[in-house]
Design a protein around this ligand. Structure first.
Ligand code: HPA
Length: 275
């Protein structure tokens, strides 16, 4: 295993076993901006701070708490990463991709990513939930540059289906069961931290992007390369730049995510037992 990751991964694995014993979760979830409270609706058991995981460090963005939770909705064990690290925080890729590596290390098969995103396609509105069909990586970098972080990752990973189609179907079924219509679309990822200009959004619309954000794609790429089943869901928190008259702010993004919390929690609660 790549030197940088092997010891922190083994230590994190050991700490998790010492804390929670021989748990066998089948799903791990990353909560994006404003989604930290999802944990409360999914029968949380106990948590470990990211600060105990060498490479994760401390989250620096408000709305991202920095705890790994064990939760048991309907008695089903899951892991929840409460808050994510972003490339724009400037600490490199290691803290961003660590949850994907740890999920694989623990033998967990399903990796669910949530985030907040700006809506580009005209029929996407604030509060809508959108499952990823695919992505466009415009982050200006790639988390797999350099030494591969894990021996299970090939030098040239296939990306024909990063987002597992069977998992996507289950997300729709879970939505339908709760009377929710889940939208679908292509997510375009940028490094951030500045929001986009209206001209950029117009260009991205022509390229086929339906929603835009500053996360998720690196974790999804690494998890896909590790052979995990990946699903990703955006809450459309705002209309993208130039599609709305008001200025964009992180506070508004968090507020809309907070309002959509019951829908996201309900979706995950009905989805998890089916995985
Ligand atoms: N742009 C980039 N990232 C975002 C946005 C946006 O409009 N909304 C939430 N995250």
């Amino acid at each position: 295993m790549a030197e940088k990751y092997s010891v922190p991964l083994l230590q994190a694995h050991q700490l998790i076993r010492e804390t929670w014993g021989e748990i066998k979760p089948r799903t791990s979830i990353i909560c994006g901006s404003g989604w930290g409270e999802i944990v409360d609706g999914l029968s949380p058991v106990s948590c470990i701070s990211y600060e105990h995981f060498g490479l994760m460090g401390k989250t620096t963005v408000s709305g991202h708490k920095g705890n790994l939770w064990l939760a048991k909705p309907q008695g089903v064990e899951i892991l929840i990463f409460q808050g994510r690290r972003h490339y724009y925080e400037g600490a490199g890729w290691a803290p961003v991709i660590f949850p994907a590596l740890l999920t694989h290390e623990l033998g967990v098969d399903n990796f669910l990513l949530t985030n907040a995103a700006g809506g580009i396609r005209e029929d996407l509105h604030p509060g809508d939930l959108m499952v990823f069909t695919d992505h466009l990586n415009f982050m200006g970098s790639n988390p797999l540059i350099g030494q591969v972080p894990h021996p299970a990752i090939p030098r040239f990973p296939d990306q024909s289906e990063v987002y597992d189609s069977a998992l996507r179907k289950k997300i729709h079924q879970a939505g339908n069961a709760g009377g929710q219509t889940i939208r679908e679309g292509t997510y375009l990822a940028l490094s951030g931290p500045a929001f986009e200009t209206p001209a950029e959004i117009q260009a991205f619309a022509r390229l086929g992007a339906d929603a835009v954000g500053m996360s998720t794609v690196p974790e999804a790429m690494v998890a896909n390369a590790l052979g995990l089943k990946v699903g990703a869901i955006s809450c459309i928190s705002n209309l993208a730049a130039g599609r709305c008259s008001n200025a964009l702010s992180h506070e508004d993004v968090k507020e809309t995510s907070r309002l959509a919390l019951p829908q996201m929690t309900q979706l995950l609660a009905s989805l998890v037992p089916t995985l």
